[in-house]
Design a protein around this ligand. Structure first.
Ligand code: GLN
Length: 194
């Protein structure tokens, strides 16, 4: 059984732990480099990307995260986590670092403010038995991707899910629904690497 961590500096950690467990992974929170070293894959949750990036620096996690992602550890980012996996942010706040790993430019809060949050059915390549329920909360979208990046979902003409090698990212939050097919897809990615 793959051991999958959830970066537990800030954000909706608990929901991801539950979703991963129901997708047959051993899920555990990761806060320290020693904990990161012990997992086969990592989820970076939704939350607030600037805060998360500052906490990653404070906890000495930014470089270890960059190194493991560069070394091919499977990683899945939702919403703020997608922003952390972007090689470039369109309008970064000051001091906002990213882990990187996906050759893409993301636009933060692209779908509008908190009160413009919405749900929509999203068809995801690789998930064949019907669309997933996309929960978008001050969600980013992907402005552009490099040649190595596979676009696996769009909504309203904007890219909302991508994959590059062992890195997966969605603008939306499958962990907030009862449907754990995206997590199952990620668990399969982790299994394939082990
Ligand atoms: N807008 C947030 C950010 O920039 C992301 C929101 C979310 O993760 N639900 O980090």
């Amino acid at each position: 059984t793959p051991v999958i961590g959830v970066l537990a500096l800030q954000g909706d950690v608990r929901e991801h732990l539950i979703a991963l467990a129901s997708a047959d992974a051993l899920a555990r929170p990761v806060r320290r480099p020693e904990e990161l070293a012990e997992v086969d894959g990592l989820v970076i949750p939704g939350g607030e990307s600037t805060t998360m990036s500052k906490l990653a620096v404070l906890f000495g996690m930014l470089d270890p995260l960059r190194e493991r992602v560069r070394a091919g550890m499977p990683v899945y980012g939702t919403c703020a986590g997608m922003i952390l996996l972007a090689d470039k942010i369109l309008d970064p706040r000051s001091g906002q670092e990213t882990v990187g790993g996906i050759d893409m430019i993301v636009r933060r809060n692209a779908f509008g403010r908190q009160n413009e949050s919405f749900e929509a059915a999203v068809c995801v390549d690789g998930i064949e038995d019907g669309p997933v329920e996309g929960v978008f909360i001050r969600a980013p979208w992907v402005e552009s991707v490099g040649a190595q990046v596979q676009v696996i979902a769009e909504h309203g003409g904007h890219i909302v899910a991508v994959r590059q090698g062992n890195a997966l990212a969605t603008s939306f939050h499958p962990e907030l629904t009862g449907d754990h097919r995206v997590h199952a897809l990620f668990v399969d990615m982790v299994r394939a690497v082990r």
